[in-house]
Design a protein around this ligand. Structure first.
Ligand code: ZN
Length: 149
């Protein structure tokens, strides 16, 4: 499939938009590192033990939020620890969440830009040309590449 000029322009516009987003994400990550816990903040809501409580009504998400931090166990699996009402710990876990959001976004943008630039570059490959897909016959010597022989 050959790329028309309109498609090439479309790819460039898309890459430029993604580069703008990447620049912002990079700047957020370049800022002075904030103190943080070693895992992201998890907010949870849930029902209580009282069968007559309003939290048992349909559509009620329950009591909360209750704050936890996600932590990695020595076996590599994840668990979470309750932070209670420790506002400082909640803020520090929230800082980790912010970092994680930015680094995940940066990686996604890099993959998207990589794919688009690869498509753009490869659109220059001539299909069906004289040198396209030619395989060297057995016993035939390379021309030029094996100059040392
Ligand atoms: Zn309740």
């Amino acid at each position: 499939m050959s790329y028309g000029k309109r498609k090439i322009t479309g790819i460039r516009v898309k890459v430029n938009r993604l580069r703008g987003e990447r620049f912002k994400a990079e700047n957020r990550l370049m800022a002075q590192p904030k103190a943080m816990l070693g895992g992201p903040l998890i907010k949870m809501f849930g029902p209580c033990g009282n069968p007559n409580c309003r939290c048992k009504k349909k559509g009620n998400k329950g009591h909360g939020p209750y704050y936890y931090v996600q932590v990695k166990k020595p076996d590599g699996k994840y668990t979470h620890k309750y932070l209670g009402k420790d506002q400082n710990a909640i803020q520090l876990a929230s800082n980790y969440s912010e970092y994680l959001k930015n680094i995940t976004l940066l990686r996604r943008l890099n993959r998207e830009i990589d794919t688009l630039l690869n498509d753009l570059s490869r659109s220059g490959i001539k299909q069906g040309g004289k040198y396209h897909g030619q395989v060297k016959k057995s016993g035939e010597k390379h021309q030029g590449l094996d100059a040392k022989q």
